[in-house]
Write a protein that binds this ligand. Structure first.
Ligand SMILES: [Zn+2]
Length: 435
């Protein structure tokens, strides 16, 4: 179908399936997207006269997605991604709001860095909202606390040393208290440094390659300890990118005890296992932290997403320039890009392949991450229009060479499936996503 609104008067979507988790709406209707920045609303008589009109039978309109977890590399890592390319990748994947982690160079532990990032986001003119995350500790050093209040005033919406754990629990207790005082979340990268002992999971692939592996306990012991600390401090904690069955067991138990914990899962931990290395060889686009795990761990992550123990999707979009990823399994940096493929791969494998409701997938990519980040985004009928249009039946084949991201380290390259983002309306313009 032809969807190319130009719209001085707005955009009228006829007979579209509207999924808006915030209002529990999942119904076919006519939707009007004003061009003047006022909120999206149901169509009214007369809207057709001024608007571009798209016949949308068979398509889905939803709030633009909220990315809880991205690394945009600017400042300091512009060979791998810039804020402009990262936000363009986000938009291509249907995201309208992106939390950007602080492990830049310099680290984002200073309002001057936050302001520089926000300036770059505005200059990108992508229409995507950048939501910086302040470092928890100066330089991600795990010792001295970053100036969270000043960072929050400058625009940071969360606190995290993501990429590194806050291993000292006296410091972590201060971080939890600081986040609570500001009313913003702490995002935990749970990892026991002493067990972080290799490039991939400690399993068959590591043995086949003759490398030392990372045991599941590297994550799960830290998850258990951080949940216990949050409980003792009476503080909220959000646990990033869960990858092991034991971590999920600890999370379930903590939630049952009343600990205020939330969690996210990445598309790669939901859809891939370390067996992929045995099929593909030492492909560094499969090297990420936490690492891909065996099937029982992957199945536990999927089960936790299905039953709501894990509330949200976060991609952990982690671009690395091709020459960095070409250094071989031992030396290549950890991370995979994810924003341009997240919806498509999850829709095909979990919605079509495993019966996860589409409306629930939308919720896990909109209101669920927004609630964790404590931001008002991910709601179709409030705020400035940020709409994703989805073709649930459209076939796709991932071609990383066509990504908006500056990097190509995509573990799903070459995958095929059905259901993709057609494009987005935000910042008053329509942008088609690459087919
Ligand atoms: Zn992390």
């Amino acid at each position: 179908m032809n969807v190319a609104p130009r719209s001085p008067g707005g955009w009228l979507l006829l007979d579209v399936r509207v999924i808006d988790p915030a209002t529990s709406l999942d119904a076919r209707t006519d939707l009007f997207v004003p061009a003047d920045g006022s909120p999206v609303r149901h169509a009214e008589p007369g809207d057709a006269s001024a608007a571009d009109i798209s016949e949308c039978a068979g398509l889905v309109a939803a709030p633009a997605f909220v990315e809880l977890h991205a690394h945009l590399r600017e400042p300091g890592g512009e060979e791998s991604e810039t804020i402009a390319t990262g936000l363009a990748a986000a938009r291509a994947g249907g995201y309208g709001h992106v939390l950007a982690m602080a492990n830049t160079k310099p680290v984002n532990d200073d309002p001057a860095v936050t302001r520089r990032m926000l300036d770059a986001a505005r200059a990108s003119a992508t229409g995507v909202e950048l939501l910086p995350v302040t470092a928890a500790t100066l330089g991600l050093g795990g010792r001295a606390c970053a100036p969270w209040a000043a960072q929050n005033s400058a625009g940071c919406v969360a606190i995290s040393d993501d990429g590194k754990p806050v291993a000292d629990h006296a410091v972590l207790a201060q971080v939890l208290a600081g986040a609570a005082a500001l009313g913003i979340p702490y995002l935990s990268h749970a990892e026991c440094p002493c067990l972080f002992t290799g490039p991939i999971h400690d399993g068959d692939a590591a043995r086949a390659f003759g490398v030392q592996g990372i045991p599941t306990g590297c994550e799960s012991r830290a998850v258990e300890a951080e949940l216990a600390l949050a409980e003792r401090e009476g503080a909220a904690i959000h646990v990033c990118h869960l990858s092991t069955a034991d971590s999920i067991r600890h999370l379930r138990a903590a939630k049952a005890r009343g600990v205020r914990a939330s969690a996210e899962a990445t598309p790669h931990h939901l859809l891939l296992t370390d067996e992929e290395f045995l099929r593909r060889g030492p492909d560094t686009s499969l090297k990420m932290n936490p690492p891909l795990r065996p099937a029982p761990d992957r199945d536990a992550v999927v089960a936790a997403l299905f039953d709501g123990t894990i509330e949200a999707i976060g991609t952990d979009h982690a671009p690395h320039a091709p020459h960095l990823k070409a250094k071989g399994l031992a030396d290549a940096p950890f991370g995979a890009i994810g924003m341009e493929t997240a919806f498509a791969v999850l829709h095909d494998r979990l919605v079509l392949g495993a019966g996860f409701p589409l409306a629930d997938l939308v919720r896990r990519m909109t209101t669920a991450p927004a609630a964790i980040a404590r931001i008002g985004a991910g709601r179709l009928f409030s705020g400035r229009p940020a709409v994703v249009l989805i073709a649930p039946d459209a076939p796709w084949r991932v071609d990383a060479s066509r990504f908006r991201s500056k990097s190509r380290n995509c573990p799903f390259d070459g995958w095929e499936g059905r259901g993709r983002v057609l494009g987005t309306w935000m910042g008053g313009t329509w942008a088609a996503s690459p087919a």
